[in-house]
Ligand binder design. Sequence first.
Ligand code: ATP
Length: 302
Amino acid sequence: MDYAIETNELTKRYKKTTALDGATLRVPKGAIYGLVGRNGAGKTTLIRVLNDLQRPTDGGYALFGVPHTDKKISAVRRRIGAIIEAPVFYGDLTVLENLKQQCRILGMPSFAHLDGIIAETGLSEHVKKKPSKLSQGYRQRLGLAMALAGEPDLLILDEPINSVDPQGIVEIRELLLRLNREKGVTMLISSHILDELSRVATDYGFLEQGRIVREMTAREFEANARKSMRVTVSDPAALAVALEEKGIEYKILPDNAADIFGEIPVGELAALLSAGGCTLLNVTERDETLESFFLNLMGGAQ
Ligand code: ATP
């Protein structure tokens, strides 16, 4: 398989902290790779190292098959667009001038493609403003537009939808999916908003204390995700007794609700509850969310 990003035991040590501790991951070409990890897991450090803002202490990485120590790597870097932490702009320039300046820096021969980028990132009405006059969500959109200005083959986005409103989140999601499907742009995205990440990601890497503790495709995630039933009952205590007896995992929730993990036919559950004087009021089948998978995984890693 061809990889847009491969890291090999990537390590970054600061004086007192080891931010990356032998992180090995593979981002297949054409993937939308969701990088998931708690605060301080090392996501931003990894992204900074990949963008040559920091040197690895040990280990290495390759971008589109070119090792980071190879002379050809600077040509490969031109194929990358990135937002790292908060996007950075030229404060004295307008939105449009910022984008043109980005094109100049990247050696783009024309600005003709900027109209499309401006429209797709929802910036059309803001091109004459200075970045400081934009709301935080629109600054984030400008960051994305800047990352797209070089028509990249690989986008590296650190928390791209931070402070974006719900409408903007939908627009950015659709834009990212379009870029991926129509232009084959590979993406590495770190986000705390796992529900949103799970709507776009084709692959996941779970980072914990500077190491990738698990990598899986979205398909593998879906196949492995535990099925659950969300039920509402008249008497949660009776539900707990019945499920304990059966050895079935469950979690009691507020408002007489509970999540039941594991296979039990609804009819059998209803009969079991009824024997304990409890009525089953409502049942919905649910797939495990990325967030609960992540919390389980991290619980196990501690
Ligand atoms: P968050 O989700 O909070 O942004 P993160 O996963 O991006 O977290 P990093 O910012 O990569 O995590 O930080 C990883 C660890 O490295 C943290 O313990 C952090 O304090 C430390 N660290 C990051 N940058 C530096 C630095 N320049 N000097 C010293 N320590 C640093």
